[in-house]
Design a protein. Structure first.
Length: 393
């Protein structure tokens, strides 16, 4: 089928809950995708940060294929060596103690919320000590509870009633954070960089205050690193930029290299809160997904790869900064948002697509989340397209 036929067939059978672009990707390699008609595209979006190693990385694809030929799934009644190896490697790399396996960022965040609330109840026996503070402009998922945790009012519609027990404070507003803490609060949940909220980076002083207040009031710290983790900020975790160790860390997106995964990492007493029967996930710890994830982790554990990633990220930001009509660039590593002057990011996205470049938006900003394996030549080629679009629109 050609692109038009694929799009028509898809739209006739799939619920229209997404505003899709007219592109049917069928193959790819690295940071270059190819549509059904044979046209190629440089990808500055990587499936919203999910294809961390780009399209069809050979080592990743071989590992996934080999695992699928051995065993594709075991229920959580049983153990599996691939999941065991993945869990051991990830907890060691992140300096955490134990992991819960799920399938998505929303599921990982649901798990984090349950751990924080159960730990509070186990320790204090107070059914009212359940409130979790999150930040305005945060995004934590699409389930009813993670939408409730999301601090963006326009998401709080249609699906009433929402899960109670969340307060929202403005990011980097220490006074508001202090005032929100009372005897009902059990945790503070945050993203170091708000991705869907506009690629907004938390200030170091605000992060420090989160951890100081959490220690003072015995609150869990939950860092949502669904988008910021797995090398996206040129470090394994964004937390490393801020010198802190949250009690609970959630990861997803790039961790599976393109396959669905979500994990909830825990430290200290939080590692033993969940007991048999208190939580579960049918596909959690899937061996095929873990096989792909192991390839991602092995690349990120290579110092040479990480050094090159940091250099590449600096080059990408410098190139983005130099484009016409770019007022400023926010973010860290290869998670960047460009504020534009006199042109809508959504218009740039569409024009770039026509010229062979895939980019994203976040609020009013043009957002870039390229594969960690993108080459300098591909960066240059993509920036040339953006330059043409921005200069001529």
């Amino acid at each position: 089928m050609n692109s038009k036929e694929i799009i028509e067939q898809y739209n006739s059978s799939v619920i229209g809950s997404y505003g899709r672009l007219p592109l049917a990707l069928e193959s790819g390699s690295g940071a270059q995708g190819c549509n059904a008609d044979g046209n190629t595209y440089i990808d500055f979006g990587s499936g919203i940060g999910t294809n961390s190693l780009g399209y069809a990385d050979s080592q990743w694809a071989d590992a996934v294929s080999e695992q699928a030929h051995r065993v594709q799934h075991v229920s959580n009644y049983y153990y599996n060596s691939t999941a065991a190896e993945f869990a051991a490697k990830l907890t060691k790399m992140t300096n955490t103690d134990k992991i819960f396996f799920g399938n998505s960022g929303a599921e990982a965040n649901e798990c984090a919320i349950k751990i924080a609330r159960k730990r509070s109840f186990d320790k204090y026996g107070d059914k009212n000590r359940t409130t979790i503070i999150t930040l305005v402009n945060s995004f934590h998922g699409r389930t009813i509870t993670t939408l409730s945790a999301t601090g963006q009012e326009h998401f709080h519609n249609y699906f009433f009633p929402f899960t109670p027990g969340f307060k929202y404070v403005e990011a980097n507003n220490v006074q508001a954070l202090c005032e929100a803490i009372d005897g009902t609060v059990c945790a503070i949940m945050f993203e170091f960089i708000q991705g869907e909220g506009g690629v907004n980076v938390l200030e170091q002083s605000f992060v420090d205050e989160i951890f100081a207040l959490a220690k003072q009031h015995d609150l869990a710290t939950i860092s949502d690193e669904v988008q910021t983790g797995v090398g996206r900020t040129a470090k394994l975790l964004a937390a490393e930029h801020f010198g802190v160790k949250p009690d609970i860390v959630t990861l997803a997106k790039g961790l599976g290299g393109g396959l669905p995964i979500g994990v909830c990492l825990t430290r200290g007493e939080y590692a033993n809160v969940l007991t048999p029967g208190t939580h579960g996930s049918t596909f959690g710890g899937n061996p095929v997904v873990c096989a792909g994830g192991l390839v991602v982790l092995k690349k990120l554990s290579d110092p040479a790869f990480m050094d090159e990633l940091q250099e590449k990220a600096a080059y990408f930001k410098k190139s983005l900064d130099a484009l016409p009509r770019v007022k400023n660039v926010s973010g860290l590593g290869l998670m960047l948002g460009a504020e534009l002057d006199g042109i809508a990011a959504s218009d740039v996205l569409k024009k770039a697509l026509e010229k062979g470049l895939l980019v994203l938006t976040a609020k009013t900003k043009l957002r870039c989340l390229p594969p960690l394996t993108i080459t300098y030549e591909q960066i240059d080629a993509g920036m040339a397209i953006l330059h043409e679009v921005l200069e001529n629109e």
